[in-house]
Design a protein around this ligand. Sequence first.
Ligand code: DQA
Length: 145
Amino acid sequence: MHLLVLNGPNLNLLGLREPEHYGSRTYDDLVALIEHHCAQKGIAVTCRQSNHEGVLVELIQEAIGRYDGIVINPAAYTHTSIALLDALKAVGLPTVEVHISDPDTREDFRRISYVRSACLATVKGKGLEGYLEAVDILVEAIAAL
Ligand code: DQA
């Protein structure tokens, strides 16, 4: 089993950006956490981050035949991107949405998630550990296919 973990804009600045929402650990810390968790479960994982919507669309398209499932934190594109929703629907891979903070309890404009309808679950407000929960949900869903 090989999973793709995709992170959207500004998540490369974890540790620096708004620590009251996203904590003090860095993007590299996040990748190490996910890789360690997946290694313990005996599954392969590739983590990618981009600040560009089109690059994220291409990474989702290229996931066909390469990955068994996707964990995605589209960051601000969560609330704006029909292109990401369409890409996820097009590839049809099992996908779990994750957010470090809980966008539903923040500004009103964060309450809409365009990608949510293409995802089998959403994990939010659980910090970086939420990615591990998202991986576990995805692995169980793929195993049950
Ligand atoms: C986020 C929440 C989004 O509203 C925000 O734009 C982000 C990060 C999160 O992980 O909590 O960049 O997706």
